[in-house]
Design a protein around this ligand. Structure first.
Ligand code: ADP
Ligand code: MG
Length: 580
C-alpha cells in the first residue's frame, strides 16, 4: 500500500500540544512509557501464543533492546512483542481511545477545572501518559512494526505537528521498533538520552521490575594494565563493549513485604495500573495453604469514572510463577469488589488452559474467597479504628457495597451478612454517617424497629410530616438519599432482630405507652368521624387505597403514606425511572 498522510484527531493534537509545550521537567518518564508498552506487547504475544504457537515464528525470545546513537541523535527501543498491523497502528497510535491516555485526558480535564487551569504541568508525571510522551523529547518519532505471524510490516512517522504518515515497510523480526529522533537539548549535557549511563539509571529508576530483560550494549573505556595489574601511564584507552541487562526483573510482589517502601508500591500501581494517586489501601499477601499464591492488590484512591457502567472491566491480572497469564480477570473477586485492582501470582494456576476454564478453576475460587475475606476484614478494621479513612472509602465505593447487597438476592444471602456491618447511612442525629450497629446500640428499649425515610435530599425528609412525631420523641431516623439505599435495606431485612420500618409506610407503632393511648384515641376519633372518612374516600376515588385517621401528624393536616405491603413512594419513583 502507498504512503498515506493522516491528521491527528483534535483530542490527540491537544495532548501532543501539552506534551511538547509544557515546561514540565520530568520528561525522562517517556522511557518508562515506551518500555511499558514493549512489555505489554510481549505479554499479549505470550498470551496469544498459548493457543496459537505459530505466532512465535520459532523465536521464543522476549526482550527489549535499547540502542542509543550519538551520531544520528536517536534512541531506539525495540521489542519482540506482538507488533501491530497497519490497521492497528492507525487505531492504536493515531487515536487516543486507548485506556491509559484517555483516562489521563479525563483526569486532566477534571483537575484543570478544579485548579482553575494550572494543574497540568504537575500532573503529567503522575499518569501513565502513554506513547505520546515520546514527543516530550523528540523532534520526530518513527515506528516500524510487524504483527507476529504476519508478513507485511508498517512504518509510522510523525513530527508531532498535527499529522502522521503510514507506509509499508520491511521488518525481519516480529515486534515493534520505536526510534526517537531526539530534540537537540536531549543529546548533550545533563540530559543526554544517547548516554548509556543515563539510560541505565533511568531503567533502574523506573523499570527495574519489568518482567522481560531490557538490554543494551554498553561501551566502557579502560586504561591498559601491565602483567602486574598496574595501569600503563600514557597508553591509549581500551574500549570494551558488553551486552548488559539493565533491570533486575524481580517483580515487586515477590520481594519481602518488610523491605518494600510505600513509595515503591505507589510507583508500581502508577506504572502498572495507571494510577495517578497513591492507593487508598494496599494488600500484599502470601499464602501457602492448599493453594499457594501471592497477591498484591490495591483500593485506588478514587473510584474510576465508569465503575457503575455495564462495560466496566475489573483490573485484576493473573500470573503463574511470575509469568503473565491474563488481564482483567472477572472471576477472582465478587462483583461488589470490582474496584479492587492488582494481581495474583500462583503456581497453582495453570498457564496452558483457556481463559474460560481458568475462570472456573477451583484454585482461582479458593484464592478469591481468601482475598475477599482479607479485604472485608481490612475494611471492618478501618471502620472501627479509623473512621475518617473509612468514610473516605465509603464516599468513593459505598454505593458498590450497597449494590452488592441488593444483588445478593440473586446469589445468596451470605453476602448480606458479610456486608451489612460495613454499611453507613446518613441519619437524623447530628447529620453524621451511622452504621447499623451504632444505630441499634443507641435505640431506646421501647423502640422496636429501625426507622428510615427516603428522599432525594435531607431537607425533603426533614420536612416530612411524619418526622415530627419521631423528632419529638428523640427517635433516630436513617436518611436514605440514594435510591439504592432502600433496595439494600429491604434486602438486609433485619439487623440484630430489629426490622426496618419506613416512616412513610403504613402505621408507625412507636411501641411506648403514649402511642398505645394514642392508638385507642385514634380508633375513637375514626369511629366518630366515619362519615367524613367515607366522604373523603368518595371524593378522591381510586387514586388512593384508604383514608385513615392517624397520630403521626402534628402541625400538618394530612399526609400521603405508602401501603404497608407495597413498595415505598421512592421505590415506586425509582421503578418508574428505570422503566422509562
Ligand atoms: P496504553 O499503553 O495505556 O494502552 P499507549 O499510548 O502507551 O497507551 O499505547 C497505545 C497503544 O498503542 C497500546 O495500547 C498498544 O495497542 C499500542 N502500542 C504501543 N506501543 C506498542 C508496542 N511496542 N507494541 C505493540 N503495540 C504497541
Ligand atoms: Mg502504554
Amino acid at each position: 500500500m502507498a504512503k498515506e498522510t493522516f491528521e491527528f484527531q483534535a483530542e490527540t493534537k491537544q495532548l501532543l500540544d501539552l506534551m511538547i509545550h509544557s515546561i514540565y521537567t520530568n520528561r525522562e518518564i517517556f522511557l518508562r512509557e515506551l518500555i511499558s508498552n514493549a512489555s505489554d506487547a510481549m505479554d499479549k504475544l505470550h498470551f496469544e501464543s498459548l493457543t496459537n504457537r505459530d505466532m512465535l515464528e520459532g523465536n521464543e525470545n522476549y526482550e527489549i533492546f535499547l540502542v542509543p546513537d550519538k551520531e544520528s541523535k536517536t534512541l531506539t527501543i525495540s521489542d519482540s512483542g506482538i507488533g501491530m498491523s497497519r490497521a492497528e497502528v492507525v487505531e492504536n497510535i493515531g487515536t487516543i481511545a486507548k485506556s491509559g491516555t484517555k483516562a489521563f485526558m479525563e483526569q486532566l480535564a477534571k483537575a484543570k477545572e478544579e485548579s482553575g487551569g494550572t494543574a497540568d504541568k504537575e500532573l503529567i508525571g503522575q499518569f501513565g501518559v502513554g506513547f505520546y510522551s515520546a514527543f516530550m523529547v523528540a523532534e520526530r518519532v518513527t515506528i516500524v512494526t510487524r504483527r507476529a505471524g504476519e508478513q507485511q510490516a508498517t512504518r509510522w512517522e510523525s513530527a508531532g505537528d498535527g499529522s502522521y504518515t503510514i507506509e509499508d515497510a520491511e521488518k525481519e523480526q516480529r515486534g515493534t521498533t520505536v526510534t526517537i529522533h531526539l530534540a537537540k537539548e536531549f543529546t548533550e549535557g545533563e540530559t543526554d538520552y544517547t548516554d548509556t549511563f543515563e539510560l541505565e539509571s533511568l531503567v533502574k529508576k523506573y523499570s527495574d521490575y519489568v518482567r522481560y530483560p531490557i538490554r543494551m550494549n554498553v561501551t566502557t573505556e579502560e586504561m591498559p594494565r601491565d602483567d602486574e595489574g598496574k595501569v600503563i601511564e600514557g597508553a591509549e584507552k581500551i574500549k570494551k563493549t558488553e551486552l548488559r541487562t539493565l533491570n533486575s526483573m524481580q517483580p515487586l510482589w515477590t520481594r519481602a513485604k518488610s523491605e518494600i517502601k510505600a513509595e515503591e508500591y505507589n510507583d508500581f500501581f502508577r506504572d502498572q495500573f495507571h494510577e495517578w494517586e497513591a492507593p487508598m489501601e494496599v494488600f500484599h499477601t502470601k499464602a501457602e495453604g492448599t493453594v499457594e499464591y501471592t497477591a498484591l492488590l490495591e483500593i485506588p484512591a478514587r473510584a474510576p469514572f465508569n465503575l457503575y457502567q455495564a462495560d466496566y472491566e475489573p483490573g485484576i491480572q493473573l500470573y503463574s510463577r511470575h509469568v503473565f497469564i491474563m488481564d482483567k480477570c472477572k472471576d477472582l473477586l465478587p462483583d461488589y469488589l470490582r474496584f479492587v485492582k492488582g494481581l495474583v501470582d500462583s503456581p497453582d494456576l495453570s498457564l496452558n488452559i483457556s481463559r474460560e476454564l481458568l475462570q472456573q478453576s477451583r484454585e482461582l475460587k479458593t484464592i478469591g474467597r481468601a482475598l475477599e475475606k482479607n479485604v472485608l476484614k481490612a475494611l471492618g478494621k478501618k471502620l472501627e479504628k479509623n473512621r475518617e479513612d473509612y468514610e473516605k472509602f465509603w464516599n468513593e465505593y459505598g454505593r458498590m457495597l450497597k449494590i452488592g447487597i441488593y444483588n445478593s438476592m440473586y446469589v445468596g444471602r451470605d453476602t448480606v451478612d458479610k456486608l451489612k456491618d460495613l454499611l453507613l447511612f446518613h441519619s437524623s442525629k447530628e447529620g453524621a454517617l451511622v452504621s447499623l450497629k451504632e444505630y441499634v446500640a443507641r435505640m431506646p428499649e421501647s423502640q422496636k424497629s429501625i426507622y428510615y425515610a427516603t428522599a432525594k435530599d435531607q431537607a425533603t425528609i426533614e420536612q416530612l410530616p411524619q418526622m415530627e412525631q419521631l423528632r419529638e420523641r428523640g427517635l433516630e431516623v436513617l436518611f436514605l438519599l440514594d435510591p439504592v439505599d432502600e433496595f439494600a435495606i429491604e434486602t438486609v431485612h433485619e439487623y440484630e432482630g430489629k426490622n426496618f420500618h419506613s416512616i412513610s409506610r403504613g402505621d408507625l407503632d412507636l411501641g411506648d405507652a403514649e402511642s398505645e393511648a394514642a392508638k385507642k384515641e385514634t380508633e375513637d376519633i375514626a369511629k366518630a368521624n366515619d362519615d367524613l372518612i367515607k366522604d373523603v374516600k368518595e371524593a378522591i376515588g381510586d387514586k388512593i387505597a384508604e383514608v385513615k385517621i392517624s397520630q403521626r401528624l402534628r402541625s400538618s393536616a394530612v399526609c400521603l403514606v405508602a401501603d404497608e405491603a407495597g413498595p415505598s413512594l421512592s421505590m415506586e419513583q425509582t421503578f418508574a425511572e428505570m422503566n422509562n
